[in-house]
Design a protein around this ligand. Structure first.
Ligand SMILES: Cc1ncc(C[n+]2csc(CCOP(=O)(O)OP(=O)(O)O)c2C)c(N)n1
Ligand SMILES: [Mg+2]
Length: 573
């Protein structure tokens, strides 16, 4: 029970509590360890009390970054990350992170204070007036509002459950200032709280659905498994490895599924991806969606006769783009258990000629990449691949390090160049291709795991959350930011059409930025300097930034997705 002021009512003093205490008590009861947020009216005392009660409060410079951090915490822990925002604009700033979490299926709850309902709803012009619940509904998995202090326990339970169960996502929880300030009897308050049991219950697939999928895989000439970040989130690492290795089926990991099996695994077809997608006749999607990242399952990226098996917790995902010949609805761990069990003894074996075909292409592509990287080694000014070769080598000494990655070329090239060996150690722009996740994700990875974090950032991408370098240094987090600084969005040498800089041009000494906050800045102009700086920075375990000076002419418009730019009269740019 919360220690609240006592008040004489009737026979004797009655212990009291208020909305702020009840929110903190409910979060503690549900084992929330950290809140990511920005304080102000009406949530400052809430943050203070949470901290006093042993919940870590990480105070950010901008709510967007706090919300991204909560989302990453959700992905990394499997429990909803919590973001706290103030009313109106603070709430709106957080909404990008909430929407991004929902798009990526990360569990998080954005708890926001809000203004007086009787003023907001008549639009009388309150401080930070906004109909937040109505706004959030469009961008969240669900949105709820608490109207009475006695409903705080229910509201938090409902939000946590909705965020984590089934397909995870971002949930909005509106707590008006009046509710935070409402005083009720402490006993009544305590009785109103509960702990959610079995936050994300297992969901087993039907046996006939499992057999249908096994029959398809067993008859396939060129089977392929595609691992999405849902597979990483499912924490079914051992089952995945067993299923893949006993069947011999080649697999392609989506970017955040890298490391589920080590990237140099002999069955990885990551470097023969185009061939694998174009030729596969039976494709099993595991926690991966047929969205734009997989060309919606369409030819010519895919074999038009390919049959799809889809493992997903959300039945509504099936048939969203292509007919799903064998739906496997359930949690990925349970589905894999069933596939392994019912697939015995050896009902599925990937044909050797298909494995050889992919292996041959993989070997060729790996050799090509090694050549390109070696050629970049001596290039001056430094190329992306020159810096990345050094980064790759230093990270190989630290498989425990988390890698955060965003940008265009900085994203595409890092994804291919830097191998991952451990599950759930890579966080990136994800399904939306969003810029601005960098520092928020890095902070969450450091806070939740205590492991070293290396954020590999395009110079434009970094700028979206760059001020959080101060947060990183204030909390002394073991985060090293590497900025691949080619002087702009995509590249830094675009001609300008006026006396202003070109729209894509940027200019910054990021190494000096971190120095202003008390961190260590490095400037690296060669692959050797990059390796030395990164090695020292990770070894020191303190906030650092390596500004890598990259040739401004190195970089492709929009990286690998330039074809998505509208052509119009600009024609064949
Ligand atoms: C929130 C958001 N705003 C804008 C964009 C458009 N965008 C895509 S990549 C990118 C930056 C690319 O430049 P940089 O990070 O320097 O990477 P580079 O290609 O130069 O390595 C931008 C602004 C986006 N994806 N997300
Ligand atoms: Mg750039």
């Amino acid at each position: 029970m919360t220690e609240a002021s006592a008040q004489a009512v009737g026979e004797g003093p009655v212990a009291l509590t208020d909305g702020i205490h009840l929110v903190v008590d409910a979060l503690k009861l549900n084992e929330v360890k950290t809140i990511y947020g920005v304080v102000g009216i009406p949530v400052t005392d809430l943050a203070r009390l949470a901290q006093a009660e042993g919940i870590r409060f990480i105070g950010f410079r901008h709510e967007s970054n706090a919300a991204h951090a909560a989302a990453a915490a959700g992905f990394l822990t499997g429990k909803p990350g919590i973001c706290l925002t103030v009313s109106g604009p603070g709430f709106l700033n957080g909404l990008v992170g909430l929407a991004n979490a929902t798009t990526n299926c990360f569990p998080m709850v954005q708890i926001s204070g809000s203004s007086e309902r009787h003023i907001v709803d008549l639009q009388r012009g309150d401080y930070e007036e906004l109909d937040q619940l109505a706004a959030a509904k469009n961008f969240a998995k669900a949105a709820y509002r608490i109207h009475r202090a006695e409903d705080i326990g229910r509201g938090i339970a409902r939000a946590l459950r909705t965020a984590a169960a089934g397909r995870p996502g971002g949930v909005y929880l509106d707590v008006p200032a009046a509710v935070l300030g409402e005083i009720i009897a402490a006993a009544k308050g305590e009785e109103s709280l509960w702990q959610v049991t079995d936050l994300a219950p297992r969901q087993l697939p039907a046996p006939e659905a499992v057999d249908r999928a096994i029959d398809l895989l067993a008859a396939a000439h060129r089977p392929l498994i595609v691992l999405g970040k849902g597979a990483a989130y499912a924490r079914a690492d051992a089952q995945l490895k067993e299923f893949i290795e006993t069947t011999g089926i080649p697999y392609v990991p989506m970017s955040m599924a890298k490391g589920l099996l080590p990237d140099d695994h002999p069955q990885s077809a990551a470097t023969a991806r185009s061939l694998a997608l174009r030729r596969a006749d039976v494709v099993m999607l595991v926690g991966a969606r047929l969205n734009w990242l997989l060309s919606h399952g369409d030819a010519p990226t895919w074999n038009p006769d390919a049959k799809f098996i889809q493992v997903d917790i959300a039945a509504a995902e099936l048939d969203s783009n292509q007919p799903i010949a064998a739906p496997l609805v359930g949690d990925i761990g349970s589905v894999l258990d069933a596939l392994i069990e019912r697939g015995k003894p050896g009902r599925i074996t990937a044909p050797q000629d298909w494995r050889d075909e992919l292996k041959e292409r993989t070997d060729v592509n790996v050799a090509k990449m090694a050549e390109r990287m070696a050629a970049a080694e001596t290039a001056h000014p430094m190329k992306f691949l020159g810096a990345l070769r050094s980064i790759r080598d230093v990270l190989a000494e630290h498989p425990e390090a988390y890698v955060v990655n965003e940008g265009a070329n900085a994203l595409d090239l890092t994804r291919n160049a830097v191998g991952m060996r451990v599950p759930r150690h890579r966080l990136d722009s994800g399904t939306w291709g969003v810029m601005g996740i960098g520092m928020g994700y890095a902070i969450a990875a450091a806070v939740e795991t205590g492991a070293p974090v290396v954020a590999i950032e395009g110079d434009s991408a970094f700028g979206f959350s760059g001020m959080e370098l101060e947060t990183i240094t204030r909390y002394r987090l073991p985060v090293t930011t590497v900025v691949l600084n080619n002087g702009g969005v995509y590249r830094g040498d675009d001609p300008s059409a006026s006396s202003d800089p070109a729209p894509t041009y940027l200019s910054a000494r990021h190494d000096l930025m971190i120095e202003a906050f008390g961190g260590t800045g490095y400037r690296a102009a060669t692959p050797g300097e990059t390796a030395a700086a990164l090695r020292r920075a990770i070894g020191a375990g303190r906030p650092a930034l390596v500004d890598c000076v990259i040739d401004p002419s190195d970089g492709t418009e929009s990286g690998r997705i330039g074809h998505l730019n509208p052509k119009g009269l600009a024609g064949n740019r």
